[in-house]
Ligand binder design. Structure first.
Ligand SMILES: Nc1ncnc2c1ncn2[C@@H]1O[C@H](COP(=O)(O)OP(=O)(O)OP(=O)(O)O)[C@@H](O)[C@H]1O
Ligand SMILES: Nc1ccn([C@@H]2O[C@H](COP(=O)(O)O)[C@@H](O)[C@H]2O)c(=O)n1
Length: 206
């Protein structure tokens, strides 16, 4: 079984996926972490993020491994853990450029499709491009202001700056953030995290 949870930036995808996965006793897979890892490694190596050839060459000589645990995904490059460095403002700013390269998307998709079922997969195009055959699909949304207010509790930046950055990232990600035709769309603005998780679990178990 595959459950997909897609949505706009900071809509709660990883928190919700983690809660759903823990309740079902299966792992969740955060696809965005692979795009973030590609970006971090590109930035650290001083590469031009607009050059997919250079990025792919660097990624193949520095293999990245996603560990999809129910209690939280971890990302490794050899024995260096990258996880804690993936949610910085500099990675947020560069990641959409990296994710726009078809070659990088194929690098991510190949790793995701090699994972053993069952799992909950979260991202932008899990229910559309990567796992169109998934049994249960959800799409999370909320206003940019609400998302920025939530994110401000985890980042040092001001709410208006966070909001502008989220809107910008959604624009840059527009090619891959349409909900699947068979996805249930949830506006999480008026919902608590627990309410979102319970709504999804009810649909999956029905
Ligand atoms: N329904 C909700 N009610 C209140 N807070 C929420 C809700 N959903 C998510 N949050 C909070 O919003 C923040 C962003 O959530 P999360 O990191 O899960 O989003 P995301 O979609 O995975 O983000 P990104 O796209 O940047 O990876 C977190 O602090 C999370 O606890
Ligand atoms: N399926 C996906 C997942 C992510 N991306 C790109 O990665 C960025 C970071 O993702 P988060 O889920 O951690 O916010 C996101 O802004 C996209 O550029 C993607 O393209 N497809």
């Amino acid at each position: 079984m595959i459950v997909t949870i897609d949505g706009v930036a900071a809509s709660g995808k990883s928190s919700v996926s983690g809660g759903v996965a823990r309740a079902l006793g299966i792992p969740y897979v955060s696809s965005g972490l692979l795009y973030r890892a590609a970006t971090l490694l590109g930035l650290d190596a001083g590469l031009d993020l607009g050059d997919p050839g250079a990025l792919l060459a660097h990624l193949s000589s520095h293999p990245v491994r996603l560990e999809p645990l129910a209690e939280g995904n971890r990302v490794w490059r050899a024995d260096r853990e990258l996880t804690d460095d993936l949610h910085s403002t500099r990675v947020d700013k560069g990641v959409s450029v990296v994710a726009a390269h078809p070659q990088v998307r194929a690098w991510v998709d190949d790793q995701l499709r090699a994972l053993p079922e069952p799992f909950v997969a979260e991202g932008r195009d899990m229910g559309t491009a990567v796992f169109p055959h998934a049994q249960h699909k959800f799409y999370l949304t909320a206003s940019a202001r609400i998302r920025a207010e939530r994110r401000a509790k985890e980042r040092p930046d001001d709410i208006p700056d966070i909001e502008a950055a989220l809107i910008r990232r959604d624009e840059l990600d527009a090619n891959q953030i349409a909900p699947a035709a068979d996805a249930q769309v949830l506006d999480t603005g008026p919902m608590t995290l627990d309410e979102v998780i319970t709504t999804i679990l009810r649909a999956v178990r029905a």
